[in-house]
Write a protein that binds this ligand. Structure first.
Ligand SMILES: Nc1ncnc2c1ncn2[C@@H]1O[C@H](COP(=O)(O)OP(=O)(O)O)[C@@H](O)[C@H]1O
Ligand SMILES: [Mg+2]
Length: 241
């Protein structure tokens, strides 16, 4: 397989994308476009298929129908490994760290794109000094916020052009969430296309440049974050968060 690399933040388009777990279809024809360099917040109720959509985009689940384009990438089969090497960083629900490895060894695992381990550590520890203090600790025994910092360190390494984030605020204190999203904003401003799923609509809207709403396996609306926040309240939040 020839090595494909994203050289700049790409646009992402999905057309008529379907996906299933066994015989149960969960994505029923998703149409979505994420403009190059934007931060798109994907909103929607529990069970709508948001995590499934990110799984498909990041090569962890194969679609059963439809078209997906991530910039100039033309993979026939988008494997998670090939996408990661091309510059797609995906931080799945539940943090995507190795709980039984130390902080240090987690960072070692992420130096697969040719970065030196020293460089990876320097970047992560500089941004999160707390991780340095805890470098010998098993990642699974870190606090929720520290685990998420470790997970997000991956997006600082290897200069990704695409970042997928699935509910990074899950179970975290508001202050920690604010710190994490500040970092997301920093990463985004460096030329990255971001697609983020977030339960807290107001948090998502504060960082997003675009938004879309998914309900029952389909995108039912897309537009500005403010507009979509209002629509979300009307359609599934019953007026409040
Ligand atoms: N691994 C799986 N096996 C079978 N069904 C699944 C699996 N993961 C998710 N589902 C189902 O797919 C639907 C969409 O789930 P998900 O994409 O996680 O939604 P969301 O992230 O919007 O809450 C749900 O009905 C869920 O139960
Ligand atoms: Mg989910």
């Amino acid at each position: 397989m020839s090595a494909q690399l994203l050289t700049q933040a790409p646009s992402i388009t999905m057309t008529g994308v379907k996906a299933a777990y066994g015989r149960i279809e969960v994505l029923h024809g998703v149409d979505l476009s994420v403009p190059a360099g934007s931060v798109l917040a994907l909103l929607g109720p529990n069970g709508a298929g948001k995590s499934t959509l990110l799984k498909v985009l990041s090569g962890r689940l194969e679609e059963t129908a439809g078209e997906i384009a991530i910039g100039e990438l033309t993979f026939k089969h988008r494997t998670a490994e090939a996408l990661a090497r091309a510059g797609v960083c995906s931080i799945p629900e539940g943090r995507g760290i190795f709980p039984n490895l130390s902080v240090h060894d987690n960072l070692v695992m992420w130096s697969y794109r040719g970065e030196s381990i020293a460089r990876v550590q320097e970047v992560a520890y500089q941004r999160f000094p707390k991780l340095k203090e805890r470098r010998r600790q098993l990642a699974g025994t870190l606090s929720g916020g520290e685990q998420q910092m470790l997970a997000i360190s991956r997006a600082l390494i290897g200069d990704p052009k695409v970042l997928f984030l699935d509910e990074i605020s899950m179970g975290l204190a508001p202050l920690v969430v604010a710190e994490l999203y500040e970092l997301v904003q920093q990463i985004a401003s460096g030329g990255v296309t971001v697609l983020l799923v977030e339960q807290f609509v107001s948090t998502a809207i504060s960082v997003a440049t675009d938004a879309a709403i998914m309900i029952h396996g389909k995108i039912i609306a897309s537009g500005s974050p403010e507009e979509m926040g209002e629509t979300a309240k009307r359609v599934y939040l019953d007026g409040g968060e």
